[in-house]
Each structure stands twice: as C-alpha cells, then as structure tokens.
Design a protein around this ligand. Sequence first.
Ligand code: ATP
Length: 295
Amino acid sequence: MRVINLSFRYGRRTPWVLSDAGFVLSPGDVTEVVGPNGTGKSTLLRLLAGLLRPVKGTIDERPDVVGYAPERFPAAQPFTVAAYLRHMAAIRGTDPRRIDEWSGRLGMDQLMGHRLPDLSKGSAHKVGLAQALLCEPGLLILDEPFAGLDAATRAELPQIIGEVSARGGIVVVSDHQGELRALPDLRRHEVRDGTIRELPRNAGPAAGMRVTAQNGTAPDITPQGITQQDDSTRDDSTRDGTAHGIMVQGVAVLEDGSPAVTVLEVAVVTSKAEELANRLRAEGHVVQIAREAAE
Ligand SMILES: Nc1ncnc2c1ncn2[C@@H]1O[C@H](COP(=O)(O)OP(=O)(O)OP(=O)(O)O)[C@@H](O)[C@H]1O
C-alpha cells in the first residue's frame, strides 16, 4: 500500500493535519503509529482505512478487505451484540460462524445478548475489535486497541495481530501504551507537524553513555510535580546522523498548568557523549552525564 503526497485538512479554513506525507507498507507489515496528542494519528488511520478521502495525494494498492476498529466504538445503536455482529458479517459476506470464534477468543460470549448502548466502554471496544477482525482483513487498522481492555484480551491481541501479519495482512495500530513493542519487526511511523517519518525499528537505546538533559530554569522538580510519566523510548538522530535513544522521564508542570521542564534521558555512543553534552549545555540545558550502560 503506497501513501503518496498525502495532504489532509478537515475544512478549507482549518490547518493542514497532514501535508505531503508519504510511506509504503508491504504485506505482513505491522506498524505502530506514534506521535504527540492531537497531531493526526487517528486522522491518518481513517485516511488509510478509506473513511476519509485525501484532500491531495493518493493511497494506492489498499488491500480489498479492510477491518477498522475506532478508538471509540459508536455504541448508540439499537442492536444486541449478536445482532450487530451478524449484520456486519452479512454486509462483509463473512461466514457467521466466525462470530462465535471471535466472541470466544475476545472473551465476549456473555455479552452477546446485551444491547450495545448498555455495554461498558471496554465491552463496546471489544465489539469494535470483533467486527474489524470478522472479515479476515488484508488491512487491519486499530486505533488505541488496548485502551480499556481486560488483561486476558490485552495479552491475546498481539498474538491476533501477529496472525493477521503472518497471513500477509498489513496492520496499522496507534497505541499510546506501547503494548506491541515486543513484536518482532514492528515498524513505527511518527506523525508530527503534519509529516510522517519512519522511526528506526530497533527502538532500544544502544550500549554507550547516558546523558540526562534538563531544560529550562523552572523550580525544583518534585515527584508531585511530575504529572506525566512516559517510559516510551524512541530513536532519534543527532544532526550528524548518529543514532541515539531518547526517553522522556517526566514532564513537570508549573502552577499555571504549563509544562515547564522536561527531563530526558538520552543514550548515545560513548564517543559522542561529551560532544552532545557540550552542545546541549551551549543551548541552555542542564546536562548530567549519568552513567555508562552495560556493553
Ligand atoms: N472531525 C474533525 N473535524 C475537525 N477537526 C478534527 C476532526 N477530527 C480531528 N480533528 C482535528 O485534527 C487534528 C488531529 O486530530 P487526531 O484526532 O487525528 O489526532 P490524534 O493524534 O489521533 O490525537 P490523540 O492522540 O489525542 O488521539 C486535531 O487538531 C483535531 O482537533
């Protein structure tokens, strides 16, 4: 599937969400779409699914059968779970016996007689997953699929995604919680400032020296001041092209609510550590060379 010069905005007078973005996904690829809140991850997923049409550019060679599970399943529909899934199976031309298979696998058997509007958020989310998986998708798109899921289904989902990939399906997942990081060959695409770029596959920091940089002159960072813990790592590149890993350890927030201090832990190859530390100091950051990682 080829995304070519993709640009999108919701209205003529609204800002571009995506601008001239492009990438290619091959059969069997699983990619995690990452990026800051509100940058356009869900928009990209809806474009890939064909639910939104690009304003400019094209998405070529989209697999014929697309399964899409939205971040929030629209539960305000006058059906029971069973009737809804039978209806979806009929629309997609899927053998209705597959409903029982997915109901069992996603732990939904006891929900089948319930009305959609009566479901809890987590249960409604499972119905959204089931309808996306029913049709054996060649392209499976999951928007925050782990949110609100019970532990058993959370554990099952990477396996399900692996199976779709193993039979040649493309899987695109936005996942704040990083639950797929253990999947081998997981690709990662970052949506940021209207562009999409692929992050290096091997997101773990390389052996070398760690540098902790603290930006700004805000008051002390206390544990209470840290409002957001995000242990996700991402690879980045220094301006000279040396790969290093960055871990956001916490964002302290001032009394007026504005994020003022970000603590980053950066892993760089040992030979580049001093140079990077000096450059960050020159830019006004507080830098501490913390420790050498094990080789
Ligand atoms: N239906 C819509 N109409 C107009 N603007 C929208 C619509 N949906 C999203 N937007 C805007 O498009 C931008 C991208 O939103 P989107 O939901 O795609 O981001 P996101 O990265 O998925 O966010 P989050 O991480 O919070 O889920 C935001 O500025 C949002 O306000």
